[in-house]
Design a protein around this ligand. Structure first.
Ligand SMILES: [Zn+2]
Length: 476
């Protein structure tokens, strides 16, 4: 009875995907709701995923010459207002600090929604000559955006992220860095999170407030909706001019720097859940899973069973392994391991010990393997690698199978009326046309992919000459 409860508590994906998601984040103990409206508590199982993301992504950043720093969390109003587009973009969702203790502040300060203005203010004083360039800084922190509607990981008033901010001597170097960081995000998603992404450029309407160009990686969730999973912005010299960040170049000329910024947040945990999860809960790619192998003893009170379980755990010391030696029933432990998405389960009972073997069960496919003790380490290594590879293959197949092409307005509208997924279609490049598509069809441009195809000569919606192929979709 008790064993059934855990599984019954989640809604099936096909019945109600949104409810399924909420059930999983709660039942897998990734988060808890908080009495602070719009904010969540990230529990150990969820935070451990973020720690792994931080560690692995930070390693890739450092290999690309990035240095970590920390900026203040408050931004004086006058500083936020220096770049016109930027303040317009963020003003509706910033939280203000008006008092210090009991006294009103002479100037109110916002809690950072993002830190471009702080980095610019700092760079203005820190950069003087070409010898001070480039600056390739990043910070891991939390930011605050006063969202009206919130959902665990996808949208909350305070969230964790990293934000990189760079300054360069030339436009070419800034462009190169913008692309380099986007590629690091894309490779990280594919290689570590087993999530395939579409790389491309945002339209004028969808780009970051104050940016010259925004590049994005877009992932498809199990329900066919898009999740913007990371962005990289080229600011050109717009912020530098607004903040007066100048340097003396080798030719003794005073020049403005060119800047970039790029970020990935805890939203990406939402992507892991919605790309890989199933009706039994979370399915974590082995590379990112905080626990890769859970050893579950059967009839653990019988002599020698627990001892053998610990022995196997030691044998698997090269992996992130745990023994569930709690006094819950094995069936309950199985459900829990499945709900938490732990990639492999090792079952070990008295009969297995006698036969010198154990059972390994894969979380994603539920395949079971009988493995001799002396083969265990090798088999676990192979299965984890295989699972990682096949999870990416399955996600790629899902992305391909739910990506459609529309050549006419009728086709464009019909696909979105009947199916969920991405639609590739030609577009005229006009913001008004894009706005009309959003208004009438409730879909947004996800990106203008770097890999362009010429599907036809006319815009799928308005019939004017086409300029770009765009991925369209519904998005989180
Ligand atoms: Zn058009």
């Amino acid at each position: 009875m008790a064993e059934k409860k855990l599984v019954e508590a989640i809604t099936s994906m096909s019945e109600d995907f949104a409810q399924w998601y909420t059930d999983v984040v709660k039942k897998a103990e990734l988060i808890d709701y908080s009495n602070v409206k719009g904010c969540m508590v990230i529990k150990p199982a969820g935070y451990a995923i973020w720690e792994n993301i931080q560690k692995l992504l930070d390693g890739r950043f450092k290999a690309a010459g990035v240095e970590n720093v920390y900026m203040p969390m408050f931004i004086p109003e006058s500083l936020l207002q220096k770049e016109k587009d930027h303040v317009e973009g963020f003003a509706p969702e910033v939280a203000w600090v008006t008092h210090g203790g009991l006294n009103p502040l002479p100037e109110r300060m916002c809690v950072r929604p993002t830190s471009e203005t702080l980095f610019c203010d700092f760079y203005k004083g820190d950069i003087h000559s070409y010898r001070d360039l480039p600056k390739v800084y990043n910070q891991w922190c939390s930011v605050v955006r006063w969202e009206k509607e919130t959902r665990p990981f996808l949208r909350s008033r305070e969230f964790l992220w990293q934000e990189g901010h760079t300054a360069h001597a030339t436009a070419e170097e800034a462009e190169e860095r913008t692309e380099q960081m986007l590629n690091i995000y894309a490779d990280f998603c594919e290689e570590v999170l087993a999530i395939p992404v579409i790389k491309g450029r945002k339209t004028e309407k969808e780009k970051f407030a104050g940016a010259h160009a925004t590049y994005t990686i877009e992932a498809m969730m199990h329900d066919g909706k898009a999740l913007q999973s990371g962005t990289s912005h080229n600011f050109g010299d717009g912020f530098a001019k607004a903040f007066g960040i100048q340097f003396t170049d080798k030719d003794n000329q005073l020049k403005y720097v060119h800047q970039t910024s790029w970020g990935v947040s805890t939203r990406i945990i939402g992507a892991i859940i919605m790309v890989h999860g199933d009706d039994s809960g979370l399915v974590l790619p082995p590379e990112i899973a905080p626990t890769q192998v859970m050893i579950i003893p059967i009839q653990q009170k019988k002599e020698g069973v627990l001892k053998k379980a610990y022995e196997l755990s030691e044998k698997l010391g090269n992996f992130r392994v745990k023994v569930d030696d709690s006094d819950k029933s094995p069936g309950w432990k199985f459900s829990e391991q499945e709900m938490r998405g732990i990639p492999l389960r090792v079952e070990i009972g008295p009969k297995d010990i006698e036969a010198g073997k154990c059972i390994i069960c894969r979380r994603d496919t539920r395949e079971k393997f009988e493995v001799a003790f002396n083969e265990l380490e090798k088999t676990v290594e192979e299965l984890l690698a295989k699972m990682q590879k096949e999870m990416l293959e399955r996600a790629k197949k899902h992305l391909e199978e739910h990506t459609y092409t529309a050549l006419s307005r009728e086709e464009f509208e019909n696909i979105f009326a009947e199916k969920t997924g991405f639609v590739k279609a030609m577009w005229c490049g006009e913001s008004a046309c894009e706005e009309a598509i959003k208004e009438n069809m409730a879909v947004t441009s996800r990106c203008m992919p770097f890999k362009q195809e010429c599907l036809s000569d006319t815009c799928v919606y308005c019939g004017r000459p086409a300029k770009k192929m765009v991925y369209w979709g519904k998005a989180y």
